[in-house]
Design a protein around this ligand. Sequence first.
Ligand SMILES: Nc1ccn([C@@H]2O[C@H](COP(=O)(O)OP(=O)(O)OP(=O)(O)O)[C@@H](O)[C@H]2O)c(=O)n1
Ligand SMILES: C[C@](O)(CO)[C@H](O)COP(=O)(O)O
Length: 235
Amino acid sequence: MTQRQYWLVVPAAGIGQRMQADRPKQYLQLRQRYILDITLSRLLDTGLFAGAMVPLHPDDRWFVGSDSASDARILTCTGGGDRSDSVLSGLDALAGRLSDDDWVLVHDVARPCVAAEDIRRLIVGLGEGDIGGLLAAPVSDTIKRQAADADSVSETVDRRALWRAFTPQQFRYGLLRTALGRARDRGVAVTDESSALEAMGYAPKLVRGRTDNIKITVPEDLPLAGWILDQLEHK
Ligand SMILES: Nc1ccn([C@@H]2O[C@H](COP(=O)(O)OP(=O)(O)OP(=O)(O)O)[C@@H](O)[C@H]2O)c(=O)n1
Ligand SMILES: C[C@](O)(CO)[C@H](O)COP(=O)(O)O
């Protein structure tokens, strides 16, 4: 049987508007390291991947000074206007290195607390026959739908079948490239890879992941991520 390669695409072309910092959030520091360097080393140190493609903002001036810039396992390309454009640019830039059946794991650069055990659970949980899937966790809060005035509750939503989508999200290279290309061509907005596959009628697999795999989004997430990393590294 052919041994399939596993590659990473780590979109890092965002500007971090909600973080309100003086630079994109992936270049803020946690324990004297860029978030980008922490995320990439936690992924690559698993030893599971052939390499990582990292789409960057066209005006990025920080990557060149990062530890990752001198890591031969890491390639870069220019990202796009939204996350899905950046991921598609990354997949396009990998053309010729992967065959359609190789696996790609897409992981937000803004999720540095990803645990190696979660990555392994995702890869093992998706059999060779599967189209792919994602790390996710069942919603645990009571969920409200806002009313038209945006200030009050219209209803409480039944949460029993609701999951929060995380990354990594793992799909076959060829199918993911096709799905994201179609979503773009049809003007379908997709905020994750699974949505692009769902739009083609596929049902990606949900693999339960750790809820401390947070996406650093707003300022209060930064100290929380530092604390989570301390716990993960002292286990
Ligand atoms: N055009 C874009 C937008 C986002 N991303 C990446 O997609 C991931 C998730 O996006 P998000 O957390 O929303 O990051 P930002 O877009 O940077 O944040 P904001 O929405 O607050 O501006 C991040 O790793 C981000 O760098 C990207 O590669 N290209
Ligand atoms: C991919 C993702 O992190 C899954 O939760 C999320 O969809 C990214 O969304 P954002 O709109 O870019 O924050």
